[in-house]
Design a protein around this ligand. Structure first.
Ligand SMILES: Cc1cc2nc3c(=O)[nH]c(=O)nc-3n(C[C@H](O)[C@H](O)[C@H](O)COP(=O)(O)O)c2cc1C
Length: 366
């Protein structure tokens, strides 16, 4: 009887199950490592000065267990950016629209400084993030949205395993030409920044393009049967992001957690209102206001975040049930109660094994 176990990429990285978890929460990464998965810590939302202490703390807790770090490196951002300067240059109509939303929803300014209130994405920020990752003991470095040849070359020279998230065969060819070790085929179903091709159509195309290099399937995956299906499509594992938002280790604000438990796949949508680039999120009155007729088209990255980042922080700080949103995929259907990463991993493995057994039964039935 077939059982879920390590694939070649798992053996390379030293993990038991072909389940990869992206998260911004260090507690999720540690719990994933303890449960036999491979956690990849997203640093795209951290203040530059916090990155080194975050890495030091997680490495101490992991005590040598393998983990990865993910950076989001879009092209086209300014070389240097100070949020004050970007804010001053925002179009007056957009500023007025957002002021109107704050008034309409009674949304106060946040009191706590965060990435979204103090930073805008720039090449200087990406350089600082890249140096911190290269100096870390992370076994793998993943990059999304954009790819930096120098980072890939230096990470490989440092003995790190390099992973690139791609949403189309074109992106895959670019990453493969730079020598990345593995690809994540992230379909449109995914939470976060995403392209237009659905996971089920994307994965076989990326597996073909990768010509033997490992591919992980991502986007809309929340059950073990989908993990097994990913392997059947030629992937060496599944890469999940949204599911962990339902784990206690993610410290999801209570109103957001309730929303995610109640949400179905069609409560998510792709919008540029969050960052300026297409991003799948779970909807809220704030997101709906940007979709309404008469709303201005969102600004590009990084202006849109300079415009609305403080509001994103405020709705999380005040746990505003009506407004709060987060990146979330169609996989949100699989969050049906608050739980822990250990339970989620055990469930995924049990479901994958049940799916593999059911497949044998289906194919042997006369
Ligand atoms: C809250 C959240 C934040 C994300 N942020 C990033 C990020 O910073 N970098 C990145 O490569 N992917 C990011 N992603 C996408 C994940 O890496 C992953 O590809 C995606 O979650 C897979 O689809 P799923 O959400 O249906 O599981 C994010 C996803 C979520 C849900």
């Amino acid at each position: 009887m077939m059982q879920l176990g390590p694939t070649a990429i798992c053996r390379e990285l030293g993990v038991r199950y072909p389940i990869f978890g992206f998260s911004h929460a260090p507690d999720v990464i540690v719990a994933l490592a303890e449960a036999g998965g491979f956690g990849v810590l997203g640093l795209a939302r951290e203040m530059p000065e916090d990155i080194a202490p975050i890495i030091a703390a997680i490495e101490k807790r992991l005590a040598g267990k393998p983990y990865g770090i993910d950076l989001m490196l879009p092209a086209g951002v300014p070389r240097h950016a100070d949020i004050g300067g970007v804010r001053e240059a925002l179009p007056a109509g957009h500023v007025e629209f957002v002021e109107g939303l704050r008034e309409r929803f009674g949304l106060a300014a946040p009191t706590r400084p965060s990435f979204f209130t103090t930073q805008v994405r720039s090449e200087a920020l990406f350089d600082a993030q890249s140096e911190a990752v290269l100096a870390s003991n992370a076994r793998a470095v993943a990059t999304a949205i954009g790819i930096r040849p120098e980072l890939i070359a230096r990470a490989k020279a440092a003995g790190k395993y390099t992973i690139s998230l791609v949403g189309s065969p074109r992106h895959a060819h670019k990453a493969l030409a730079l020598g990345v070790d593995a690809l994540v085929a992230q379909g449109a179903d995914a939470g976060g920044h995403t392209g237009p091709i659905g996971t089920f159509s994307l994965v076989p195309q990326i597996v073909a393009a990768a010509a033997g290099r490992p591919v992980l399937a991502a986007g809309g995956i929340g059950t073990g049967a989908q993990v097994a299906a990913s392997l059947a499509m030629g992937a060496q594992g599944a890469w999940l992001g949204t599911l962990w938002l339902g784990a206690l280790e993610n410290h999801t604000p209570p109103a957001l957690l309730k929303k995610l438990v109640e949400a179905n796949s069609d409560d998510t949508l792709v919008t540029r209102a969050h960052s300026g680039k297409p991003c799948r999120v779970v909807r809220s009155a704030w997101i709906d206001a940007w979709q309404a007729s008469g709303a201005p088209a969102p600004l590009p990255m990084p202006q849109q975040q300079a415009l609305t980042g403080a509001d994103f922080s405020a709705m999380h700080e005040y746990d505003r049930a009506d407004l709060i949103y987060e990146a979330a995929g169609q996989s949100v259907f699989a969050i049906d109660a608050p739980t822990t990463v250990a339970v989620q991993m055990a469930t995924l493995v049990a479901q994958a094994n049940a799916a593999l057994a059911a497949l044998e039964t289906t194919l042997s039935a006369r």
